[in-house]
Design a protein around this ligand. Structure first.
Ligand SMILES: C[S@@+](CC[C@H](N)C(=O)[O-])C[C@H]1O[C@@H](n2cnc3c(N)ncnc32)[C@H](O)[C@@H]1O
Length: 215
């Protein structure tokens, strides 16, 4: 088995994402993040934290967030955001497929708009499962493969080039099924369209929900 790459470098996309992410926040993503994180408790791991847009939305019942971010520019931005967060957030380097934490170290894990971008979704989900305690929950907020066949066809075609322009992001991944295959039970899942910009139709189908790690 090949070792996962230790880092990620997408300097242009990282800066673009930092701008567009702030706009999407005002157009509805902020409310999605509230929904994503509501009621979380204990020790939480967040993978691919980006600029730290989730941090302001963690409830006070969270004891600590370990936020993993491999991209240097985004890690610097999320470290700044951590200093303003309402809960304790520690930002660390790392990739989703090789998390620098012990088995069962966390009560909950958060994946938001990241399972589209990891090179190997199965490996990332196996790692999230490993660092969660049995019965711990994975919260997810992801853009996903469209249920409408015409848009799903467009997504598959776009995935021949889109990842090269968008920091490794794939549009056609069936992330909710991948979560189930990785040893989780999806206990809540809301699907909706979210289109904050003119180019975002291919990534407009979203899923937000909770999955429980099997024992
Ligand atoms: C679209 S951004 C989303 C950022 C953040 N999660 C959010 O909700 O705003 C995708 C993030 O995934 C990160 N990422 C890409 N490949 C990764 C990997 N292999 N492991 C962990 N994070 C990764 C990127 O650096 C970036 O921060």
């Amino acid at each position: 088995m090949s070792r996962p790459k230790a880092g990620v470098s997408h300097p242009v996309f990282a800066r673009l994402f930092a701008r567009c992410g702030a706009v999407a926040e005002r157009l509805g993503a902020g409310a999605h993040r509230d929904e994503l994180l509501a009621g979380l408790e204990g020790r939480v791991i967040e993978v691919g934290a980006g600029t730290g847009l989730n941090f302001a939305h963690y409830p006070a019942s969270v004891a600590e967030v370990a936020a993993v971010e491999p991209e240097p520019y985004l890690r610097a931005r999320s470290t700044e955001a951590a200093s303003r967060a309402p809960v304790a957030v520690r930002v660390v380097p790392g990739v989703a497929a090789a998390l620098p934490f012990a088995d069962g170290a966390f009560d909950a894990a958060v994946a938001s708009l990241v399972l589209c971008s990891v090179p190997d979704q199965g490996a990332a989900l196996d790692e999230l499962r490993r660092v969660l305690r049995p019965g711990g929950e994975l919260r997810f907020y992801e853009h996903v493969r469209a249920e409408a066949p015409s848009l799903a066809r467009l997504q598959r075609a776009l995935d021949l080039g889109w990842p090269h322009l968008a920091g490794g992001c794939h549009t056609a991944r069936d992330t909710v099924s991948a979560i189930e295959r990785a040893g989780f039970t999806v206990v809540a899942c809301r699907r909706f369209r979210f289109r904050p910009g003119v180019l975002s139709t291919p990534v407009s189908p979203h899923a937000i929900g909770r999955a429980i790690r099997h024992a």
